[in-house]
Design a protein. Sequence first.
Length: 437
Amino acid sequence: MSEALRVGIAGLGTVGASVARVLAEKADELTRQCGRAITVTAVSARDRTRDRGVDLSGVQWFDDPVALAREADIDVFVELMGGEDGPAKASVQAALERGKHVVTANKALLSRSGVSLAAIAEKNGVLLNYEAAVAGGIPVIKTMRESLAGNSVSRVFGILNGTCNYILTRMEAEGISFEECLADAQRLGYAEADPTFDIEGNDTAHKLSILTSLAFGTKISPDDIYLEGISNITQADIKAAAELGYRIKLLGVAQRSESGIEQRVHPTMVPTSSVIAQVHGVTNAVAIETDILGELLLSGPGAGGNATASAVIGDIADIAKSRPGFQHGPVFGRPAKELAPYKKAAMRKHEGGYFIRLTVHDRTGVFAAIAKRMAENDISLESIVQRAADPQIGDHKTVILVTHSTSEASIRKAVEAITKDGHLVDKPQVIRIERPA
Ligand code: HSE
C-alpha cells in the first residue's frame, strides 16, 4: 500500500473539528477506498485546550497557519479558517507555491482571489479543491467542473445560503420572528462568524460568483453582483406570497442575456408548485440549465459541520486517490489563463415578473392612479388586489400587484412615480419573480 497522505488542517471550528473527527472515525473505510491512509499530522487553531471530540495528541501544533503551510511535512493543506484575505489567503498561497495540494471551504477567498490562486496551482501541478465552498455537502463543483463538458449553460440559480433558507422557512411555517430564527441558525452552527454576511446576501454572492465562472468560463467577478438580502422581508410579504401561489427564497441567479451576464442575489418569489419552492430549512439547491442536458437540480444539506466536512473529505480523498504524473484538471473547469473577461449585463435591463406590495392611504382614486402609472410604463399586470391593511397601523390599505415579464427599468420608474404621487404611507416593497424552466 502507498504511503499515507499527510494532511495539515488550519482552523478547528465547527467544520475543522468535524473534518478531523470524521477522518479519525472513518480511517479504515477511507484507507480501503483510497488505497492509502489519510493522516492528520499538523493543525493550527487558536485554542489548544478545547475538547473537539477527537484525539489530537500526536499532532504537531502551529500557532501560525502560514507557518503550517510553509514548514509542516504535509501533502495537503486544508484551509478552514475563513476570511477573504489575511492568514487564509497567505497560507493557501504559501502552500500552493510550495507544491502542496490545497482543500478549502473558503468561498470569500475564492470569490476574491480564486483565479490568481488557480494560476499558481496549475503552474505547480497541484490541486486546489473547494467543493465545500459552495452549497455545503452538494457536489455541485464536481458536477459543473467535470460532468457538464460540452454543455452550454444558459442559467444557474439556487438557494445557496442555509441560514437564510432556514430563517425564511421557519418564518413561513411557524410565523415566528426573523431574530428568533437567526439566533437558532447561529446556535446550530449554520451562520457565518458575522451573520450579516448571511442575511445581507454576501455569502450567497461569494458562492454565486464561483458558479458563474464555472458556468460561463469567465473570470470571477464578485463586485458585479446585484445584491439584496432578506432583512426587510416581513410576515406581510410571506403571507401575500402564499396567497398568490408563491414562496419567498433568497436566490443567487446567473444568466446569459443579450447584453452580457447577469449576476444577482435577492429575495425571490418562486411558484409554490416549483421544485425549488419545496427546498426547506438549511437545505440548499442548485439548478443548472444547459442546451444538452436540460435542467439539472441538485439539492442537499447546505451548511453545518458534518455536511461541509463531507465535501472537504471528498476533496481530500480525491487527492489521496490521485497518482504522480496524473495531470490535474483546471481549477475552474478551464485553465485560469483562458477564463474570459466577465461582461456585466446592466441590472436595469433585467427582464422578469415582479411582486409589488404598497401600503397606501385609503382614499378615492389611489387604486386607479397606481394602475395608470403601470400602464404608462408599459407594465402588464397579471393581478392587482386590494386588502384592508393591519388596523393597528391606521386607516390604510394594502395593494398587491403581480406583473407579467417587464424590465427592471420600467418597474423602477413606475414605483418612483407612485411614490411621488404621495399615496404611499410606507416604503414600497418590490420582489422579483423567478420561474424555473
Ligand atoms: N453560513 C453559510 C450558510 C454556511 O448558512 O449557508 C455554509 O457556507
